[in-house]
Design a protein around this ligand. Structure first.
Ligand SMILES: Nc1nc2c(ncn2[C@@H]2O[C@H](COP(=O)(O)OP(=O)(O)OP(=O)(O)O)[C@@H](O)[C@H]2O)c(=O)[nH]1
Ligand SMILES: [Mg+2]
Length: 217
C-alpha cells in the first residue's frame, strides 16, 4: 500500500517537470494555453466550437483534443476553423504532460494565439495531472446535477474558471443553482463562473470576454 503511494507521487512529480517544460514552450511561442475539463458530455467540444466561431478571425486558435478513441472532437474543432490535433489515450482517463509535450512537438505554434486542450471526459483523474496550461477551466452542466461540487471537490478546488453549461435546460431538470453555487463557494470562493448555453448562445459573451482578455495579456 505504502509502495503504491510512493509510485503515484513519483509519477506526479515527473509529470510536473514536463508540465513546466510545456509551459516554457507555450511562453516562448507567445501562446496562451487552457485546459478544459468536464464530465463526459458536459459540452467541452460544443464550447470549443462556439469559442472558435466567436474568436475567429481576430484570434487564431489551436485545439489539442484528448479522447480514449476516435477523432470525432478534433474533426469538430477543425470544422469550426481551428488547427486541431487529436490524442487518443488508448484507455487512459486523463491527459498528462508527456502526451501534451509530444503533441506540441508535432505542432507549428507560429501564428497561434491560444491552445485549448480538451481533456478526457472525467471529473476525477484530469484534476491530478498538470499539463502546463495557463488556466484550467471546468465545464459543468445542468443535467449532471447540482451536487457535483460536493462529490468532486478536487476538481472544483483546482480550476481558474467555471462554465455552467446547458442553462437552457434549467426549466426541465431539477437543478438548484443556489445549492450548486454554495458548494462551489466553499471550495473555491473567488472562482469566476459563466452560466451559459452553447445551444442558445445565452451567456457566451461574458465567457468570450474573459477568455480574450487572458489571451491578450
Ligand atoms: N441542451 C443543450 N445541449 C447541449 C448544450 N451544449 C452541448 N449540448 C449537447 O450535449 C451533448 C454533448 O456535447 P459535447 O460538446 O459533445 O460534450 P463533451 O463534453 O465534449 O463530450 P465528451 O467529449 O464526449 O466528453 C451534445 O449532444 C450537445 O449537442 C447546451 O448548452 N444545451
Ligand atoms: Mg468532446
Amino acid at each position: 500500500m505504502v509502495k503504491n503511494i510512493l509510485v503515484v507521487e513519483k509519477i506526479l512529480s515527473a509529470n510536473d517537470r514536463i508540465a513546466a517544460e510545456n509551459r516554457e514552450i507555450f511562453n516562448a511561442a507567445g501562446v496562451k494555453a487552457f485546459n478544459f475539463m468536464a464530465s463526459p458530455g458536459a459540452g467541452k467540444t460544443s464550447l470549443i466550437e462556439q469559442t472558435i466561431m466567436r474568436l475567429l478571425p481576430s484570434m487564431k486558435l489551436a485545439v489539442i483534443d484528448g479522447d480514449i478513441a476516435t477523432n470525432i472532437d478534433a474533426d469538430r474543432a477543425q470544422a469550426a476553423g481551428a488547427y486541431a490535433v487529436q490524442i487518443n489515450t488508448g484507455g487512459e482517463c486523463h491527459l498528462d504532460a508527456v502526451m501534451i509535450n509530444s503533441a506540441l512537438k508535432q505542432m507549428n505554434l507560429r501564428r497561434i494565439d491560444a491552445i485549448i486542450i480538451e481533456n478526457v471526459g472525467n471529473l476525477v483523474c484530469p484534476a491530478s495531472f498538470q499539463l502546463g496550461s495557463h488556466k484550467s477551466v471546468l465545464v459543468a452542466s445542468v443535467p449532471e446535477g447540482d451536487d457535483k461540487p460536493y462529490k468532486y471537490p478536487t476538481m472544483y478546488r483546482g480550476v481558474d474558471a467555471l462554465v455552467i453549461n446547458k442553462i437552457d435546460l434549467l426549466p426541465y431538470v431539477p437543478f438548484d443553482m443556489d445549492y450548486f453555487r454554495k458548494g462551489v463557494e466553499i471550495l473555491n470562493p473567488d472562482l469566476v463562473a459563466f452560466p451559459l448555453s452553447c445551444k442558445t448562445g445565452e451567456g457566451l459573451e461574458s465567457w468570450i470576454e474573459w477568455l480574450s482578455d487572458i489571451i491578450k495579456r
